[in-house]
Design a protein around this ligand. Structure first.
Ligand code: AMP
Ligand code: MG
Length: 498
């Protein structure tokens, strides 16, 4: 087995924050998915994914000699309640690679067996949820949204016990890092300030190197994390993505979307949309995501305070709290700003002036209210608005029951568009780069995963190919763009995939 060229700074620089681990042995490895484009980005030879050892490698049976598998410690607020010890219960970080763009990336297994953090779990994963992570991650990446990505999925040849026995699999996940809010919470909760400080400096060096050594670097880091999170959640909202389990252990400090468990894209626009089978109160519903990100960020700020001021220096603590609060309090406005910037593009408003934020935000809000009250498909409505920009409103109008209400809004919107003088065809073209034709529709994802679980990968592969090209106008005419029947969506439930 050849070396990957790993450089394992986390394992080297942060002893005490992880436990060494070893992947479980898979009885009959078989490669189900290989991401050649990502391997290329990582500078890994295609041979790694295509050679005779690939299945054994990505099922965890053969490790590159320079891999140093470790399970990282972290804590987390799950549905608002604090769990002081979570950690990688079914994941192992193998090592870090510097990609072709010079970025350090983590390569990790998910579903590779028990670790010291497994608690009652088996450490395993099933084929369906791991391929689901492939589809969701690749879709998000194609949509231009920062995300962890799947390098490979290998079936293990073993059954895992869930509600039923399911074929097992190991996912190889690539991430800017796996550092989370929960990583900091783990050491803050234990009062291990030395470790916390080293973790903070490590994370800053990795994600915000401009701040290395700055006296107020923790505050700067908090601000950087907040900015990334505001941009990310705004992007989620603008494609109708519902993460589903925004616990603090699932919020990456890199600003990538991480942990595709019960996530889903909504169909008809509904701010209260929630699909997760365990989210009974809608804590992580579509429209709650900004408030939850805000709350998670406050939990993150709390972990940094002991690094920002000495425990017995009252005035310094007060200053640190005030500084952190300023960042936290600015978050909703930052998120709204990022959301509106995205909405402007979706509305076809690309010129810098005239820019009346309140008027444009109201235009977007009224549009969404129309979609909500008339239960119109979020993705198609935005996409077909582009056609309306070049004088073809009929496909859009066909999706509304109350056309008079739509026409009144369209008149307002057209007047706003006219104010910048952009030709309709150009506006439409640019709008089609802001609103995808294709998202991973729940019924298609389920159909592909059910077939894959039964041994037929063809629907998964076909869906993946379509998801990688989400802006394609021709795709609008295919079944991949069509909404599910409303009763299918109403009854749709997602699971954490544990
Ligand atoms: P998640 O909901 O996937 O973010 O996982 C929350 C926590 O549960 C993490 O600490 C996971 O490592 C752990 N976990 C999830 N599934 C399993 C499993 N099958 N075995 C052991 N630990 C698990
Ligand atoms: Mg998680």
């Amino acid at each position: 087995m050849q070396s990957f060229g790993f450089d394992n700074t986390y394992a080297r620089e942060l002893p005490g924050t992880y436990a060494p681990g070893k992947p479980a042995t898979a009885p009959a490895p078989r490669l189900l998915f290989a991401n050649l484009a990502l391997a290329e980005e990582l500078g890994l030879p295609a041979e790694v994914l295509q050679g005779p050892d690939a299945a054994a490698l990505f099922a965890g049976n053969l490790l590159p000699p320079d891999a140093e598998p470790i399970a990282q410690a972290y804590a987390g607020h799950q549905f608002g309640g604090f769990s002081p010890q979570l950690g990688d219960g079914r994941a192992l970080l193998l090592g870090e690679l510097i990609d072709r763009a010079g970025q350090r990336r983590d390569i990790a297994f998910k579903g590779s067996g028990r670790t010291p953090f497994s608690r009652g779990g088996d450490g395993k994963a099933a084929v369906g949820p791991m391929l689901r992570e492939v589809l969701m991650g690749e879709a998000m990446h194609a949509l231009g949204i920062r995300t962890t990505r799947a390098l490979a999925v290998a079936a293990t040849g073993e059954l895992v016990r869930r509600e039923t026995a399911l074929p097992g699999a190991v996912l190889t996940r690539v991430a800017a890092s796996h550092l989370r809010v929960g990583s900091f919470q783990f050491f803050a909760a234990r009062g291990e300030l030395d470790m916390l400080g080293r973790l903070a400096d490590y994370t800053i060096a990795r994600h915000d190197p401009d701040l290395i050594g700055a006296p107020d670097r923790q505050l700067g880091f908090l601000r950087a994390v907040a900015e990334r999170q505001a941009r990310l959640v705004a992007q989620w909202l603008n494609v109708g993505f519902i993460h589903g389990v925004m616990n603090t252990d699932n919020m990456a400090l890199s600003g990538e979307t991480i942990d595709y468990g019960p996530c889903a894209f909504m169909e008809a626009y509904d701010p209260a949309a929630v699909f997760s089978s365990i989210d009974h109160n809608g804590r992580y519903a579509y429209a709650n995501q900004p408030a939850i990100a805000h709350w998670n960020l406050a939990r993150f700020a709390e972990t940094l305070l002991p690094l920002m001021a000495d425990a017995d220096d009252e005035p310094a603590i007060e200053r640190a709290v005030a500084d952190a609060m300023e960042v936290i309090d600015a978050f909703p406005t930052a998120l709204d700003g990022a959301l509106l910037a995205g909405q402007r593009h979706k509305l076809g408003l690309f010129a810098a002036t005239p820019a009346d934020d309140a008027a444009d935000a109201a235009l977007a809000a009224d549009w969404l209210t129309l979609l909500h009250t008339q239960a119109v498909d979020f993705t198609l409505a935005w996409r077909l608005l582009a056609s309306a920009a070049e004088g073809q409103p009929e496909p859009l109008r066909d999706r509304f029951a109350d056309r008079a209400a739509l026409d009144a809004w369209l008149a307002r919107w057209q007047a706003r568009c006219a104010s910048d003088g952009m030709p309709g065809a150009e506006r439409a073209q640019r709008m089609r780069r802001a609103s995808p034709a294709i998202i991973p529709r729940n019924h298609l994802v389920e159909e592909a995963l059910a077939a894959a679980t039964a041994g037929d990968l063809a629907p998964f592969e076909a869906l993946l190919a379509v998801l990688r090209n989400p802006w394609d106008e021709a795709a609008l005419l295919t079944r991949y763009a069509a909404p599910a029947a409303t009763d299918v969506t109403a009854g749709y439930r997602t699971f954490c995939g544990t």
